[in-house]
Ligand binder design. Structure first.
Ligand SMILES: CC(C)(COP(=O)(O)OP(=O)(O)OC[C@H]1O[C@@H](n2cnc3c(N)ncnc32)[C@H](O)[C@@H]1OP(=O)(O)O)[C@@H](O)C(=O)NCCC(=O)NCCS
Length: 172
């Protein structure tokens, strides 16, 4: 369990899955995130089972004021190169722009760099996801490249910047 200034990260449990399914089918949450296939509870349960066996994945439920509000994690953890990919979502749009995403990302960076001894943490984001891009830039992530017109959404192709932060660049 990791306690931030505003949110708590704890292990994702089986009884979180119905709520995750609800959020991951919400068009507002999915505007520039995730994949657009409808997600069933059974699929999410299979993903959860696979996650339990996958040591390259570290998955959290996000709680705010005692209520589950989203999910986050580090994936593709590569112990030789000490790299991992970070991802997060706050599933309740009414809670956006209140600092929760910043708190979650800060905790994942601290956990990744200080506890897992990672050296580089990276992510992919839709350029059109301006809120997320701004959040990552202000936390110290740097743009390192872009899949030009790399993914289609809402009837057009979007740039997908890749961003990363090195431990040496991280201010803690
Ligand atoms: C992206 C996401 C995690 C951000 O969470 P959040 O709780 O809203 O984040 P925060 O409130 O900590 O930070 C958002 C910042 O973006 C700013 N912002 C909001 N809209 C913006 C815009 N259109 N352009 C630039 N900045 C914007 C906010 O003012 C805030 O800045 P501040 O910290 O200086 O006040 C959340 O919106 C989300 O879960 N979205 C759906 C899933 C998703 O896109 N996940 C990320 C995929 S890479």
């Amino acid at each position: 369990m990791i306690r931030g200034e505003r949110v708590l990260l704890r292990a994702a449990e089986r009884d979180d899955l119905p709520r995750f399914v609800q959020w991951l089918n919400d068009p507002i949450v999915l505007e520039y995130f995730g994949n657009l296939f409808p997600l069933s509870l059974e699929q999410e349960e299979k993903g959860y089972e696979a996650m339990l066996q996958d040591s390259s994945l570290c998955s959290f439920a996000v709680e705010f004021k005692g209520r589950r509000v989203g999910g986050a994690g580090l994936s593709s953890m590569d112990s030789r190169n000490r790299n991992a990919e970070v991802g997060l979502f706050i599933g309740v749009p009414e809670l956006w722009d209140q600092g929760l995403g910043r708190d979650v990302t800060t905790m994942l960076l601290r956990y990744g760099f200080e506890e897992l001894n990672l050296h580089r943490i990276y992510l992919r984001v839709f350029a059109a996801n301006e809120r997320a891009v701004y959040l990552y830039e202000t936390l110290g992530f740097r743009h390192e490249g872009c899949w030009r017109r790399g993914e289609s959404r809402h009837g057009r192709y979007h740039d997908i910047p890749w961003m990363s932060i090195l431990r040496a660049e991280w201010s803690g």
